[in-house]
Design a binder for this molecule. Structure first.
Ligand SMILES: *Cc1c(COP(=O)(O)O)cnc(C)c1O
Length: 359
C-alpha cells in the first residue's frame, strides 16, 4: 500500500523530544520561543506566534486582526472546513468567492464584486501548496482598507513573486502530520504587525498579559515544548522535503500529461508550488471507477474536497445557497495522489503505470 501521506520522523525528532522530556519543561517554555524565532526567520516576518493547531492559528489570526460579529470575511468554499469555521468562531460571516480553475485558489478577479460595507478581511487559501494570486489580492486589500489573512496550512515555504506565503498579511500554518512539516498537532501565525503579534500572544494564553490579570477574552491555545522540539527538526528539513515533492510532481506530470483523461496541476512562473497535494482532474467522468481501481491497486488517494463548504449541511443550515460553478466542478473532478517525500522511484513508476493502464 502506498499511502497518500506519510510524516517523516527520524532519530533527531526522537532525540529532541527525549531531551525536552528530560528537561522537565514539557509545556510552553524556551523551545517554543526558539521555534517561533526560527519560523519567523524562515517565512521572512518580524514575528511568529505558535498555537495548538492550524485551526486555532486561524481563529487567533482573525481575532487579533479585529474580526468580530457583524463583519464579513471573503474566502473560498473549496478548502478544508477549518478555513470558514474559524470565521464563524469569531461571530463574523464567511463570504465565498468561486475559484480560478487553473490554480484551485480564490478567483481574485471576482473578489471586488463581493465587497460590502461589512467586509473587513480577505482570507485566501494557498490550496494544495499553490499560492493564491497575491499581487491582485494585496492590491485589493490596500484599495479597500481590508485585512489580509492567509491560510497557509498547506503551503509552508511556497512563494509568490519570490516572497514566502504568510508574509503578505497575517499568515497561518498547520503542523498536522499530513502537512509539509509536522509537530504532531500544532499551528503558527506569522506577521510583521506588532499589535497583531502582541494580541495573538495574549489571546492564545487566556487573554493574559500580566499574570492572572485579564482584559480580553482568551483561550488556552498554547503549543508545548515537546511539539516545538519536533517543529525545529522538521523546519530544518522543510526545504529538502519540498524539493522532493516538486521533483516527484515533475515526474508525475511528465508522464500523466500524456493521458487524455487526466488534467495535471498547473504551475506558474511567478509561483513556487510546494505540492502539499498533487491533484489531478479526471476529465472522462469516471472518477468513481478510478477510485475503486486505486483501492484495488493499493495506491492511496484523497478527494480534497468532495463537498464544497457552501454545500455542507452546516452551511446550508446557516442560509448559504451560493452557486459557485468552478468550485462545484472541481469537487466532482479532483483526485489527489501520492507525491510526498517518502515515495521511492518504484512507487512513482507503479503509480504512473497504473494510470497508463486504467481505462
Ligand atoms: C489542515 C488545514 C487547516 C487546519 O489545521 P489543523 O492543524 O488541522 O487544525 C486549515 N486550513 C487548511 C486549508 C488546512 O488544510
Amino acid at each position: 500500500m502506498i499511502p497518500i501521506a506519510k510524516p517523516l520522523i527520524s532519530e533527531d525528532e526522537i532525540e529532541a523530544v527525549k531531551s525536552v522530556m528530560l528537561s522537565g519543561n514539557i509545556a510552553q517554555s524556551k523551545k517554543v520561543d526558539e521555534f517561533e524565532r526560527q519560523f519567523a526567520d524562515y517565512i521572512g516576518t518580524e514575528y511568529a506566534i505558535s498555537t495548538s493547531n492550524g485551526t486555532t492559528a486561524l481563529h487567533v489570526a482573525l481575532l487579533s486582526n479585529g474580526i468580530r460579529k457583524g463583519h464579513e470575511v471573503i474566502t473560498t468554499s473549496f478548502t478544508f472546513v477549518a478555513t470558514a469555521n474559524s470565521v464563524l468562531f469569531t461571530g463574523a460571516k464567511p463570504v465565498f468567492v468561486d475559484i480560478d480553475s487553473d490554480s484551485f485558489t480564490i478567483d481574485s478577479s471576482k473578489i471586488e464584486d463581493k465587497i460590502t460595507s461589512k467586509t473587513k478581511a480577505i482570507m485566501p487559501v494557498h490550496l494544495y501548496g499553490q499560492p493564491a494570486e497575491m499581487k491582485v489580492i494585496k492590491d485589493i486589500c490596500e484599495d479597500y482598507d481590508l485585512k489580509l489573512i492567509e491560510d497557509g496550512a498547506q503551503a509552508h515555504g511556497a512563494k509568490f513573486d519570490g516572497k514566502k506565503v504568510g508574509s503578505f498579511g497575517t499568515g497561518s500554518f498547520s503542523f498536522y502530520p499530513t502537512k509539509n512539516m509536522t509537530t504532531s498537532e500544532g499551528g503558527m501565525i506569522t506577521t510583521n504587525d506588532k499589535s497583531v503579534y502582541e494580541l495573538s500572544k495574549k489571546i492564545r494564553n487566556h487573554g493574559q498579559e500580566k499574570r492572572y490579570y485579564y482584559d480580553t477574552l482568551g483561550f488556552n491555545f498554547r503549543m508545548t515544548d515537546i511539539c516545538a522540539a519536533i517543529g525545529i527538526c522538521q523546519l530544518n528539513k522543510l526545504d529538502g522535503f519540498n524539493k522532493s515533492r516538486r521533483i516527484n510532481a515533475e515526474f508525475l506530470s511528465k508522464r500523466l500529461s500524456k493521458l487524455d483523461y487526466i488534467e495535471c496541476p498547473k504551475t506558474f512562473s511567478n509561483r513556487e508550488h510546494v505540492f502539499h497535494q498533487y491533484t489531478i482532474r479526471i476529465k472522462n467522468g469516471k472518477r468513481e471507477d478510478l477510485i475503486k481501481a486505486l483501492e484495488k491497486a493499493g495506491i492511496g488517494y484523497g478527494i480534497y474536497y468532495p463537498l464544497p463548504l457552501h454545500k455542507q449541511p452546516l452551511y446550508i443550515e446557516l442560509g448559504y445557497n451560493d452557486r459557485l460553478p468552478k468550485t462545484e466542478k472541481a469537487s466532482e473532478e479532483v483526485v489527489s495522489i501520492p507525491v510526498h517525500p517518502s515515495l521511492k522511484k518504484e512507487d512513482l513508476e507503479y503509480i504512473v503505470s497504473f494510470f497508463e493502464e486504467f481505462k
